[in-house]
Design a protein around this ligand. Structure first.
Ligand code: 2ND
Ligand code: ZN
Length: 366
């Protein structure tokens, strides 16, 4: 396996990256709308937008999200959430999300959103989840079944509905929901605020990930893992603060970083999003390079395709350019993601063996 650099191996072309099967664990439904869809729904419901054509609107999202602050980045979601309040609109957004991911070569995706943010038009939480599921199933059918998609239900960390949302995720676990998450502003809202929800999920043998170590550092990661029992870390990029690289290149892991690596805790890394929120300076300087070299369980993700004007192919293409990754490295990220998915083991294995490995072999991966 070439992970961690075979300097002579050829770099995959953009076309190969697009064709390569990809697995996505961290993508927000309300962060991936098509600008044209936002315009059309906003017009129908009378919601005022900051731009009136799809191109300028797409640019507005990207520029506004480019602030260097997570809190200001999150303000842009006011407009996407506003157009996702009617069941038919939610289902449309969900369907288009699956179509867009499948067209980008994504073969497995866990897509998250916060049901509690979609009830201002009168829907119940249950109706919101049902609308998303309908859209996902339509999208999978439109993609001829070339993609498997599951929902993750997010609770907003500044609100107090996490236990209720955790229960919703368990109620839907055999009907398309694979797990739970908390998101939103990190500083000031530690994961332990939602301990009740996490303890409930553990008792239910359920799965959850926690956004941690993005806008706040090691204490957030430590709490997420050691107090709350997170199966995965959303971002987790600040784990780098517990790693020192000496002048001679020698690497030393602190106790927490060693734990994360030893226990193979998956890091849902989202390189472009981290640059926009100030968690990393550039792709080349993104900790994903070192963490991959140190063989943490790194996965590559989009976070918010609209706000970051990105896709799985763009994220992977940027990593190829910055770090010289090969097809074998991209396969490694993809298999890492599949191993870390909240799908039952046999279904994960089937995607790895029947879709991912043959897909990379066809492209000429060694
Ligand atoms: O990167 C993120 N960090 C924390 N919260 C986020 C991030 N991206 C999106 N969110 C929030 C805004 C959405 O409205 C919410 C549910 O998808 O999750
Ligand atoms: Zn996120």
């Amino acid at each position: 396996m070439s992970v961690i650099l075979d300097v002579d191996a050829p770099r995959p072309s953009a076309e190969q990256v697009l064709k390569a099967p990809k697995a996505l664990l961290h993508d927000h439904l309300d962060g991936g709308l098509r600008p044209q869809t936002i315009l059309e729904i906003a017009q129908e419901i009378g919601h005022e937008l900051p731009a009136d054509d799809a191109e300028s609107l797409g640019r507005w999202f990207a520029e506004s999200a480019d602030s260097g602050s997570l809190v200001r980045y999150l303000e842009t979601f006011d407009h996407t959430v506003a157009v996702m309040q009617r069941a038919e609109d939610i289902a449309r957004v969900a369907r288009e999300c699956v179509e867009d991911l499948a067209a980008d070569g994504v073969v497995y995706a866990e897509v998250r959103y916060a049901p509690e943010q979609h009830v201002t038009g009168g829907l119940t939480l249950d109706e919101v989840v049902s609308a998303v599921q309908l859209g996902f199933e339509e999208g999978v059918a439109a993609a001829d079944g070339k993609i498997v998609v599951r929902q993750l239900l997010t609770a907003m960390r500044h609100q107090a509905r996490s236990r209720e949302i955790a229960e919703l995720s368990v109620a839907w676990r055999d009907r398309g929901v694979a797990g739970f998450d908390i998101a939103g502003a990190e500083a000031g809202y530690p994961p332990t605020r939602h301990l009740d929800a996490f303890e409930y999920l553990q008792r239910e043998n359920s799965h959850f990930t926690i956004h941690a170590g993005e806008a706040f550092g090691l204490p957030s990661i430590w709490q997420a893992i050691q107090w709350c029992g997170a199966d995965r870390l959303g971002h987790g990029v600040r784990i780098i603060d517990d790693i020192t690289v000496g002048d001679d290149g020698a690497v030393q892991l602190g106790r927490l970083a060693a734990y994360v690596r030893d226990m193979r805790i998956p890091l849902e890394m989202c390189p472009h999003s981290n640059i926009q929120t100030g968690a990393a300076a550039s792709i080349a300087e993104h900790p994903i390079g070192l963490l991959t070299r140190l063989r943490f369980r790194v996965t590559v993700n989009t976070d918010n395709r609209l706000m970051s004007q990105t896709s799985m192919s763009k994220e992977m293409g940027a990593l190829v350019e910055a770090f010289g990754y090969t097809l074998e490295d991209l396969r490694w990220f993809t298999i890492n993601a599949m191993k870390s998915a909240f799908l039952p083991f046999d279904e994960r294995l089937a995607i790895i063996d029947d879709v991912i490995k043959p897909g990379y072999a066809e492209l000429g991966a060694l």
